[in-house]
Structure formats: structure tokens, C-alpha cells
Design a protein around this ligand. Structure first.
Ligand code: FAD
Ligand code: NAP
Length: 343
């Protein structure tokens, strides 16, 4: 028998967002079962409260006070649902830690997620922005997810097509924003490892360590972890939400203009467009490692904004606006914030 879910009032979220921002939730609940989640939703309906699902808090900028019911999704469970010689289908509950899920999948001899090692946060948030790194996105292995419709309480299933995945994007950031709570996600992983090593730094690191030998998934995962640990700030030590801006895409004409002025600009072709490395733009705008008050850009990767201690959500937004404007003025390119802002 499950006990009624506990609803806290005026609950501090400072330790539940990786930027370490002070934020008070008017109401807060941690749910460990779908029944508890349903109870929390009923409570919110009765009180007319806005719902804010929270996983690891690694892709949010939180305001000082959130007039909402914040629900920490802590549903656990990992299972292999089907295996054949080509694919291994696995389901993970939304509250599972993403990196632990990746390691578990490797342990099950189910491959494909190695490049996504050490991304903070929970499985349930992964589809929201179609998490990606080193040339792999979850959409490459995603089968379906189950989500509770907040207004009806019904469980609905979304397949890969329904999710409208894009570059750090999905239907849950667009048309279906704030309407669903994801409870589980199913992936079809490879039964045979086929490494995806198109990203220079990863290829170099692996060939340096392992030469020409046949790679294992664990070696790839470890190499990704090593690179990330060298380059990215650990939120436990210094508050951050990873890349603060998406890499902007520009047309051919803009690319030619920029290339003339900045021959060393870092850009990659995406269909008929070009993806610019936002970190390079910020760096070249003279903003790598700068600090204003308690917020700044990280010295080793300018795309990451950091809380040096004592920053609020407004401080982070104000600093990010300053970065946006500097980049816009210098390059004529508009950056878009990646983390979700709640005020
Ligand atoms: P949260 O921050 O808790 O939530 C993010 C959004 O998803 C919020 O709008 C929230 O309401 C919603 N949400 C969360 N759970 C659910 C749910 N169950 N149902 C419905 N909505 C939900 N991202 C990448 O794509 N690639 C990277 O390589 C990467 N590297 C990072 C490195 C660092 C150091 C950090 C701090 C962040 C990085 N990120 C990266 C961003 C972040 O880790 C991912 O976006 C991650 O998926 C967020 O998970 P979370 O559980 O922390 O989500
Ligand atoms: P990086 O290697 O310094 O590269 C800078 C940018 O160039 C990356 O953002 C990447 O775009 C792009 N890039 C590099 N090699 C590429 C290639 N061969 N083909 C296409 N695009 C290429 O980046 P980094 O900061 O160290 O991050 C490494 C990976 O982790 C990236 O994929 C990045 O997205 C991911 N990451 C994401 C977050 C986040 O919060 N979203 C935080 C940290 C790291 P893409 O970003 O499109 O891959």
C-alpha cells in the first residue's frame, strides 16, 4: 500500500538545481510511484496550481519564488523488454539517473548511448530537449515514451514521430509544452556495438589511449567521461547548467560574410545551413572567463555560464542577456538560451 504523497510548502530548491540558485517552491512533492504522481496532480487541480516537473534540475534557471507545485519525478526502474540478434529494447523509468542508465545499458550489452555518458539529469527529461553529445542524439535510439496528460490524468504514448525531435528540441518544448509528465522512456539499442566517432576530440582521445585496437562500449564511455571532466565544470563544485546557448544555424550567405571576416570561425554544415559553435562566438567576443558580480562564463568553455556563488536567477538571466547582445552586435547572430527559465 502506498502512503499519501507528502506535499511540502515553501520548499527550498537550492540543492535541486545545478546552477545552485536560491528558489522557493510554494508547494513541492517528491513522487516515487505513478499513484503518488496522480495524487499530486489531483492536489494541484484542487488548488488550481501550475505544475512544474523537475528531474535533476540541470537544465533550468529558477526564479526566487515559484508559485507552483514542483514535482520531483523519482520513479525508478530499468528493464530489458526484448532482445534479438539486432536490437535490445529497454525501458527506463523517468526518475532514473541518465548516466547510470547509460552504464546499465552497456552492462546489458545494449549499445548506442556511450557518447551520451555523463550528461547530468534524469531519463524523463532526456526527450524534452532530445539530449545530444558527440554526434549522437536520443532520437537515434528512441522508440516511445509514456506520459501523463496533466489535464486529464490519462497515460498517453508518444512514438518517435509524435515527439517531433529536432536539434535540442521536441514537441514538449513547443505545441505540447507544460502539458505532460513523462513517466518512462523506451529505447531500441544495438545488440552489436558500432562506434560513432565523428567528433575530433573523441576520436583523438580514443586513438591516443587504445591505438587501432577494437573498442569496447565501456572504453568509449570512459573516454567521453574523461573529456567532459577535463572541459566542463562539475555542478557539485561550481554551479552551472551546461551549455547555456544552443549553437545557432545560419544560411550560406551569412556564413560567407562571417568567414570573410573571421576565417577561423568554427562551423559545421547542416543540410543547406551552417551550425556555428556558440562557444567560439562568445570566446571571440572577448567573453571567455569573464565575470560580472557572481555570474560568469567558464574559462575552459565560454558556452557554459557559471554561478561563482550567491547568484540569483535574475543575475543569470541579466548576464546571459549581456552575452546575447555582445554576440549579436559583433557577429549579427542571435543566440537562443537552452535551459528553461522559470520566474
Ligand atoms: P531538469 O533540469 O530537471 O528539467 C529540464 C526541463 O524538463 C524542465 O522544463 C522540466 O520541467 C522538464 N522535465 C523534467 N523531467 C520531466 C518529466 N519527467 N516530464 C516532463 N517534463 C520534465 N544536455 C545535452 O543535451 N547534452 C549534453 O551534453 C549536456 N551536458 C550537460 C553538462 C552539464 C555539466 C550540465 C549541467 C548540463 C548538461 N546538459 C546537456 C543539459 C541537461 O543535463 C539535460 O538537458 C538533461 O536532460 C536535463 O535533465 P534534468 O533531469 O536535470 O532536467
Ligand atoms: P566542442 O567539441 O568544443 O565543439 C564545439 C561545438 O562544435 C559543439 O557544440 C558541436 O556541436 C560542434 N562540433 C564539434 N565537432 C563536430 C563535428 N564533427 N560535427 C558537427 N559538429 C561538431 O564541444 P564541447 O563543448 O566540448 O561539447 C562536446 C559535446 O557535448 C557536444 O556535442 C555538445 O553539444 C555536448 N555538450 C552539451 C551540453 C549542453 O548542455 N547541451 C553541455 C556540454 C556538452 P553540437 O553541440 O551540435 O554537438
Amino acid at each position: 500500500m502506498t502512503l499519501p504523497v507528502t506535499i511540502h510548502q515553501n520548499y527550498s530548491l537550492i540543492h535541486q538545481n545545478t546552477l545552485g540558485l536560491p528558489s522557493i517552491a510554494r508547494y513541492y512533492a517528491e513522487v516515487n510511484t505513478v499513484e503518488e504522481l496522480q495524487e499530486a496532480l489531483t492536489f494541484a487541480k484542487e488548488k488550481g496550481l501550475v505544475i512544474l516537473p523537475l528531474g535533476g534540475g540541470s537544465n533550468v534557471v529558477l526564479g526566487d519564488v515559484l508559485d507552483a507545485l514542483v514535482i520531483h519525478i523519482n520513479l525508478k526502474g530499468l528493464s530489458v523488454v526484448h532482445r534479438d540478434e539486432r536490437q535490445v529494447t529497454v525501458t527506463a523509468m523517468a526518475g532514473e539517473n541518465w548516466h547510470e542508465f547509460v552504464l546499465w545499458s552497456i552492462d546489458q550489452e545494449a549499445y548506442g548511448l556511450e557518447n551520451l555518458s555523463l550528461i547530468p539529469g534524469c531519463v524523463g527529461a532526456a526527450p524534452i530537449q532530445n539530449i545530444g553529445a558527440y554526434g549522437v542524439e536520443i532520437k537515434d535510439y528512441f522508440v516511445s515514451l509514456d506520459a501523463i496528460n496533466i489535464s486529464t490524468g490519462d497515460v498517453e504514448q508518444f512514438d518517435n514521430f509524435d515527439c517531433c525531435f529536432g536539434y535540442r528540441d521536441s514537441v514538449f518544448k513547443g505545441e505540447k509544452k507544460d502539458r505532460y509528465i513523462i513517466i518512462s522512456v523506451t529505447f531500441a539499442l544495438d545488440a552489436v556495438l558500432s562506434p560513432r566517432l565523428g567528433y575530433g576530440q573523441l576520436t583523438d582521445s580514443l586513438s591516443e589511449k587504445h591505438g587501432d585496437s577494437v573498442l569496447t562500449a565501456l572504453q568509449i564511455s570512459q573516454a567521453v567521461c574523461d573529456i567532459r571532466q577535463q572541459k566542463l565544470p562539475d555542478p557539485k563544485t561550481i554551479g552551472n547548467a551546461g551549455s547555456f546557448f544552443k549553437n545557432p544555424e545560419v544560411d550560406q550567405q551569412t556564413m560567407e560574410r562571417l568567414k570573410k571576416e573571421y576565417p577561423d570561425i568554427v562551423a559545421y554544415p547542416v543540410g543547406e545551413k551552417w551550425k556555428l559553435a556558440a562557444g567560439w562566438l562568445i570566446d571571440r567576443a572577448g567573453l571567455r572567463g569573464v565575470q560580472q558580480g557572481s555570474v560568469g562564463t567558464y574559462q575552459k568553455q565560454a558556452l557554459v555560464l557559471v554561478n561563482h556563488g550567491g547568484a540569483t536567477g535574475s543575475d543569470v538571466i541579466a548576464f546571459s542577456q549581456y552575452v546575447l547582445e555582445k554576440v549579436k552586435n559583433q557577429f549579427g547572430v542571435e543566440l537562443e538560451r537552452e535551459p528553461r527559465v522559470y520566474r
